[in-house]
Design a protein around this ligand. Structure first.
Ligand code: GSH
Length: 204
């Protein structure tokens, strides 16, 4: 199996961490999305990473589908509970964490435009989603060790990847330790894991 990814994609990082935590070996192929020869569109018509290419040449996307596929490949270290209510809880944490990433990516893309082309209302709207998402996740985590049912799960991985991305893009604007201390505590705990250490985003 081969994963097409970019180093700073929080969605691709989520999949890389799931594979490591599950001890599933996948070949990593870093891609440059702007490159005209980038292979991603061949496998995902949306042209987005991550994409997992299976041994028969079929491909899987997006990150949620890949994470579930990997989790079901082996019972070792189950990351998505089987019980319906707990499973929905984990998927909801993931949906909100991914949604914060979607908004953060939208802000970053807007801010990379030349100043006259930027739309401040769009930036404010997307930043609002980021801060509302962080506020709810911080509140819901409270003093709990892990996001759902006191057990390490895909919810923690998704939230950790989102926090890494928020730090990467908005580290100067958002102080996790003072504004979202519960999330900051979780993030620090996650960063002790080899899977998180091996997949750190790289400032660019
Ligand atoms: N919902 C998707 C989001 C994937 C996504 O937006 N990936 C970004 C990189 S962080 C991308 O490939 N963007 C390229 C584009 O939108 O053309 C997932 O969970 O995999």
């Amino acid at each position: 199996m081969k994963l097409l990814y970019t180093v700073n994609s929080p969605y691709a990082r989520k999949v890389r961490i799931v594979a490591t935590e599950k001890h599933i070996e996948i070949t990593l192929q870093e891609v440059v999305l702007a490159d005209p020869d980038c292979p991603v569109k061949q496998y995902n018509p949306l042209g987005k990473v991550p994409v997992l290419i299976l041994s028969d040449g079929d491909s899987l996307y997006d990150s949620r589908v890949i994470a579930e596929y990997l989790d079901n490949r082996t019972p070792l270290t189950s990351l998505i509970p089987k019980e319906n209510r707990l499973k929905s809880a984990v998927r909801r944490w993931e949906a909100l964490a991914d949604g914060v990433c979607d908004a953060a990516v939208a802000v970053m893309l807007e801010q990379r435009k030349s100043e006259p082309m930027q739309d401040p209302a769009q930036i404010a709207k997307q930043m609002d989603k980021v801060t509302r998402g962080l506020t709810v996740l911080n509140h819901d985590l409270g003093q709990n060790k892990w996001c759902v049912d006191d057990t390490f799960s895909l919810a923690d991985i998704a939230v950790g990847c989102m926090l890494g991305y928020v730090n990467l893009r908005f580290g100067k604007m958002i102080n996790l330790a003072t504004e979202y201390p519960n999330l900051d505590r979780l993030h620090k705990k996650l960063l002790e894991r080899q899977s998180f250490k091996d997949s750190l985003p790289v400032p660019n």
